[in-house]
Design a protein around this ligand. Structure first.
Ligand code: ATP
Ligand code: MG
Length: 330
């Protein structure tokens, strides 16, 4: 039997090349080797305020982008988190075995909480629901970007703790990071990871950005005061551009080094822009085809929920029995 994979993306804004290189690209690559479940995790998105009609349309946009990037609905299941309520049920059970101190240590919580006047409880609880998303499918592998490594460690800790308290229940999952592209930085601030929720116009390259805008954003990316690429002393902005090039092109370290050593920044940027555009253009074309097929997307999402709900429900039943909660199948 194939091992199971789960991963998700929040429909909290415009998907960008970091989401693609850190997560989606790996999902596509491994989907044939695993039983893959990929979620549009809308309940995570609402940990920060989302305009309701905007959220609804971002859910559909995200689903269409999964398909456009190459997720094959015959091989993988695409589901919307809130259509399988068992995630929330398990989330509560896991909340009850998770010390608050574990959550307060999360760097993402600390960073996002810092920007808020009042911090919603959901922002603190978020990683527990994420643990539920993964453990509910008994996933063995979770392909994510580097920023999620800490949440995956927490997921493992929660699974261990539950298994220790109540007996073997959950598969303890492994994190899967891509070799290149696990942490794409903002083009405007190369010391911060590229994020959907960041506001700067030159920060992220959206998968659906107009092509001329992609070119402009890359040409304006922050570099440093040196004139040309020097691998002995790379500034963060230049390193990020090289990383983006390498992740899209799949060139080896050596190829990238030989090709770009001594290149002037202007020339580097032009080549990065052309490489990114050559990979994003076909995704955009497929995206528009998918959006123009009436009913296709909703049928994929309906089928997704129907496929995974029985797996999720049976894990919740198992966890309930282990905890001594009342179940009809006792
Ligand atoms: P938000 O700002 O709303 O948190 P995000 O850009 O961080 O958005 P998420 O939906 O939180 O995106 O993450 C989806 C997936 O994309 C995760 O696997 C995450 O690790 C990955 N990811 C996010 N940002 C990057 C990045 N800059 N580089 C590589 N992978 C990333
Ligand atoms: Mg994030």
């Amino acid at each position: 039997m194939k091992k199971r994979v789960f991963s998700g993306i929040q429909p909290s804004g415009n998907l960008h090349i970091g989401n693609y290189l850190g997560a989606l690209k790996s999902w596509v690559r491994i989907q044939k080797d695993y039983e893959s479940i990929y979620g549009i995790v809308d309940l995570h998105a609402i940990t920060m305020y989302q305009e309701p009609s905007e959220l609804q349309s971002k859910i559909e946009e995200t689903a269409a982008l999964f398909l456009a990037c190459g997720i094959d609905p015959q091989e993988s299941t695409i589901m919307v988190q809130s259509t399988v309520p068992a995630h929330v049920e398990l989330g509560w059970m896991l909340t009850c075995v998770t010390p608050v101190g574990w959550l307060e240590r999360m760097t993402q919580y600390k960073a996002k909480a810092e920007e808020q006047e009042t911090v919603g409880d959901g922002l603190l609880q978020y990683p527990v629901l994420m643990a539920a998303d993964i453990l509910i499918y008994q996933a063995a592998i979770v392909p994510v970007g580097d920023d999620q490594s800490q949440h995956l460690e927490l997921t493992r800790d929660i699974a261990h703790r539950f298994n220790t308290l109540y007996g073997e229940t959950f598969v303890v999952p492994d994190t899967h990071l891509p070799a290149v592209g696990a942490r794409i930085m903002g083009l405007d601030e190369p010391d911060k990871k590229m994020s959907k929720s960041a506001t700067g116009t030159g920060h992220a390259i959206g998968l659906l950005d107009p092509i001329d805008q992609i070119r402009k954003k890359i040409m304006r990316a922050t570099t440093d005061s040196k004139p040309a690429v020097d691998f002995a002393d790379l500034g963060a902005g230049v390193e990020n551009l090289l990383n983006i090039f390498q992740a899209f092109s799949e060139w080896s370290d050596e190829q990238v080094r030989n090709h770009f050593q001594g290149s002037r920044y202007g020339d580097l940027k032009k080549q990065v822009a052309e490489m990114v555009i050559s990979k994003i253009e076909p995704i955009q074309k497929r995206y528009h085809e998918i959006r123009s097929e009436p009913g296709y997307l909703s049928s994929i999402l309906k089928q997704g929920a129907e496929r995974v709900a029985p797996i999720a429900n049976s894990t919740v039943e198992l966890a309930k029995r282990k905890m001594g909660l009342y179940t009809s199948t006792r």
